[in-house]
Design a protein. Structure first.
Length: 99
């Protein structure tokens, strides 16, 4: 079992959104939304997943979606659990990989 945790300042997302190259470096088309808190949570979840794996992966190789109940998951990674939260200036994500 491996765990990754990441914290993203929501203001960082505002900076990323000013450059379309950066937007398309970090986010898949299905992840892009006007909600800065959601984008920060997605970015934190991707980084947490990379930390849990111990590898530096391509950002776009990791896709975060929500199920019908609004719970986040990583597409194609069946042995993972993801938790994303945000409050005020930060979003935090925890990813658990079950071996």
């Amino acid at each position: 079992m491996d765990i990754g945790i990441d914290l993203v300042k929501i203001a960082r997302i505002e900076q990323i959104l000013t450059d379309q190259k950066l937007v398309h470096k970090f986010f898949n088309a299905s992840e892009i939304t006007d909600n800065l808190e959601s984008l920060a949570g997605i970015l934190a979840a991707k980084e947490a997943y990379m930390k849990a794996c111990g590898d530096k992966l391509e950002w776009l190789s990791i896709e975060i979606k929500k199920n019908d109940l609004g719970k986040p998951y990583i597409v194609g990674k069946i042995n993972t659990r993801v938790s994303i939260s945000h409050d005020g200036d930060y979003a935090v994500a925890v990813v658990l990989i079950i071996n």
